[in-house]
Ligand binder design. Structure first.
Ligand code: NAP
Length: 299
């Protein structure tokens, strides 16, 4: 049984803060125990990471993920390639990880710089090791109901809603953003949980017409503080998946204008400390689950 999550409210409002940081910490604690169990059987979960090129943000994300792995006892194996690497060499590495019984999860850090073909790498990855949940097979499984790892950010959002007992079934969920890693799988996961789902994107007109109808509003558009309080239905649950760097401001800024949104929302995720830590926790959870599956298949 987990500890109850903190029930804190955004300053001077009735909006419950959905504390992804606290939940992620609890998940990590439980993962440590599962890793220890695996280790008694001589198995150490291992996440292999492919990092191509010199994008500083990608390097930071990979460092964060590697540190998170180590914090729960998962071994992380980072292979860094120059942007001049050949497609064949990367594909050979994916093949080697697919075949390696000591590698339980593989993450291909996005973006792989052009002219390299990131989609071809994702297609080559064994779906049983796709702990990031973003290969075509894993995403297709969301449509067909087959078993696969869930894409980490939307899976983290569903896990956070569940942990706070926020009902999804029968609610109108509006997802702003339709990216392959976030908006689309988010919409499908909400649909699979029997929400009525609307997907908005950059050609949606007028956006506020749709956002104002949302019982659950997920902002995943990558535009700092774009969703303001007047675009939100009073009492809505607001999930801010965004993180944006804004010149002249320290730290990350979400896609939601927190102060005005918290005045009308019944619950809201902060940035930082909301969706971000949940994404990393889901990557760790999927990796441990993968190791457990390989262990039980082997026994
Ligand atoms: P993305 O690939 O750039 O996609 C953005 C989506 O938003 C697109 O579908 C785009 O529509 C839509 N959009 C852009 N401007 C819009 C507008 N004015 N009105 C309505 N829709 C609009 O971004 P992403 O990778 O999904 O990421 C979205 C946000 O989540 C970013 O802030 C990113 O940093 C963050 N993120 C967070 C995590 C996490 O762990 N917390 C993980 C991944 C991403 P079109 O399709 O029409 O272009």
């Amino acid at each position: 049984m987990r500890e109850p999550l903190p029930r804190e409210y955004a300053p001077n409002t009735d909006a419950l803060l959905l504390n992804g940081k606290a939940l992620a910490q609890q998940i990590r604690e439980s993962l440590k125990e599962r890793v220890a169990q695996l280790q008694t059987r001589g198995i150490t979960p291992c996440l292999a990471v492919m990092l191509v090129g010199d994008d500083p943000a990608s390097h930071t994300y990979v460092r964060t993920k590697a540190r998170a792995c180590e914090s729960v006892g998962i071994r992380s194996l980072v292979r860094h390639y120059p942007a001049t690497v050949s497609q064949q060499e990367l594909e050979a590495q994916i093949d080697a990880w697919n075949a390696d019984p000591e590698v339980h999860g593989v993450l291909i850090q996005h973006p792989v710089p052009a002219p390299l073909d990131e989609s071809a790498l994702l297609r080559r990855l064994d779906p049983r090791k796709d702990v990031d949940g973003i290969t075509p097979r894993s995403l297709g499984a969301l449509l067909t109901g087959e078993e696969a790892f869930g894409a980490c950010t939307p899976l983290g959002i569903i896990t956070l809603l569940d942990a706070y007992g926020i009902p999804i079934e029968g609610k109108h969920a509006v997802v702003v953003g339709r990216s392959v890693i976030l908006g689309k799988p988010m919409a499908l996961m909400l649909l699979n949980r029997n929400a009525t789902v609307t997907i908005c994107h950059s050609r949606t007109r007028p956006l506020e017409h749709y956002t104002r109808q949302a019982d659950i509003l997920v902002a995943a558009l990558g535009k700092p503080e774009y969703i303001t309080g007047e675009m939100i239905k009073p009492g809505a649950v607001v999930i801010d998946a965004g993180y944006n760097r804004v010149e002249g401001r320290t730290g990350d800024v979400g896609d939601v204008h927190f102060e005005s949104a918290a005045k009308v929302a019944s619950a809201i995720t902060p940035v930082p400390g909301g969706v971000g830590p949940m994404t990393v926790a889901m990557l760790l959870q999927n990796t441990v689950l993968s190791a457990e599956r390989w262990a039980s298949d082997a026994s």
